[in-house]
Design a protein around this ligand. Structure first.
Ligand code: ADP
Length: 386
């Protein structure tokens, strides 16, 4: 059977999945794996469809110093041991800039254009592009498709995507892009199958994971997203603050003498749930901690989800349904219940049993707005595009 390889490369790991394509063009997930500990303690781990381990091995640090080397090791393992030669490779690429509103078949010119967007996402874009470049160099005939986290939001009206700064900066690319687009696109595409009654209505989707954002869907299209120019805006995240007055950044520069590099590290790695609790960036740990700072960080998270929901409801001029997804949204019944309490002013109420069971629909019969839990699958979305 033909296969498609999906690659999601970060700074210290390359995650991959393999999908088989059957005669009708349907996709069947075969394998999930990752090379992690790149440049520190490289490890290859992979599991089959039932979760059974098919690889678990360590490499010396000099064998996997960077992302291209990790891609080469994983690729050789897939080719030589799994005997899998993909018909195409789909890549997650965080930034498609102002222009790409759909996935694109990659060539050298596309790569050059995507490299220009690296300044907009310095922590992600270069790592996303590294495996594309090494496959292009070593297997030039293998089709590769770049799928963007920003593309799904490119339909926004202008008023949603500008900042109130001189317009020439907008034209230069300083504007709101929005992220987690592959996740929202997957949800929008899945709703007609799992919840057709809301698929074409006004839906707020809350992607609550280590990275967190919310999206306003109208008729299955994104009209507003809580993330903006970078993935720092909107909701508090594991280690990122979410919405922050830029005056705080000015203060950190002028009063604390922080440099751009220090600020970048601070804003991406030291803030959010981790900074606020002083304990952990992991929601599970915070929920099981007895420390009042952990409880406060969780309360802050829930409060901000409620606030941003109000903002998105205003953008949609009303709300017909609310959907939870991603690590926290799919797995934490207590957080879902607490977010629902923040939406009580809309007439929302939860069915405690359905919520505890992680049912598709978790709102009670009296709830004026139905609440759903829909697992996301960004890799499948990438495979479908590819
Ligand atoms: P990402 O893909 O952005 O790395 P995920 O979508 O996997 O993140 O979400 C990770 C987050 O989900 C972590 O904060 C983790 O603690 C949280 N999470 C996973 N399972 C649960 C659970 N059962 N209860 C609470 N939080 C959970």
């Amino acid at each position: 059977m033909d296969t498609i390889l999906v690659v999601n490369a970060g700074s210290s790991s390359v995650k991959f999945q393999v999908f088989a394509v059957d005669g009708e063009g349907r996709l069947h997930r075969q394998l999930k794996g990752q090379m992690d500990g790149i440049g520190s303690r490289p490890r290859l781990r992979a599991s089959g469809i039932n979760g059974d381990a098919v690889a678990e091995r360590a490499y010396p640090i000099e064998a996997v110093p960077d992302v291209p080397a990790a891609m080469a090791v994983a690729g050789a393992w897939l080719r030589d041991e799994v005997r899998m030669t993909p018909m195409a490779v789909g890549h997650r690429v965080v930034h498609g800039g102002p222009d790409y509103d759909a996935p694109v078949l990659v060539d050298h010119a596309v790569v050059a254009r995507l490299e220009r967007y690296a300044a907009l996402a310095p922590l992600h874009q270069p790592h996303n592009l590294a495996p594309i470049k090494s496959i292009l160099a070593n297997f030039p005939a293998l089709p590769q498709v770049a799928c963007f986290d920003t593309a799904f939001h490119r339909d926004h009206p202008d008023v949603a995507d500008v900042y109130a700064i001189p317009y020439r900066l907008h034209e230069e690319g300083v504007r709101r892009y929005g992220f987690h687009g592959l996740s929202y696109e997957y949800i929008a595409k899945t709703l007609p199958e799992c919840a057709p009654e809301i698929a074409s209505r006004r839906v707020i989707v809350a992607h609550l994971g280590s990275g967190a954002s919310m999206c306003a869907l109208s008729g299955g299209r994104s009209i507003e997203n809580t993330l903006g120019f970078t993935a720092l805006d909107g909701l508090p995240m594991g280690t990122r603050p979410g919405q922050l007055d830029p005056g705080v950044v000015l203060y950190l520069m002028s009063a604390k003498g922080m440099t751009a590099t220090e600020l970048q590290n601070f804003l991406y790695k030291e803030c959010g749930l981790k900074g606020l609790s002083g304990i952990s960036n992991d929601m599970r740990e915070l929920q099981s901690s007895q420390d009042p700072r952990a409880a406060f960080a969780v309360e802050y998270f829930v409060y901000r989800v409620g606030l941003q929901a109000g903002m998105l409801a205003a953008a949609l001029q009303g709300i017909d349904a609310f959907v939870f997804t991603a690590g926290i949204g799919e797995n934490s019944a207590p957080i879902r219940a607490r977010v629902a309490e923040k939406l009580a002013w809309l007439g929302v109420s939860i069915d405690a049993g359905a919520n505890a069971a992680h049912a598709l629909k978790i709102s009670g019969p009296a709830s004026s707005v139905p609440i759903y839990v829909v697992p996301t699958d960004e890799e499948r979305m990438i495979a479908e595009h590819t």
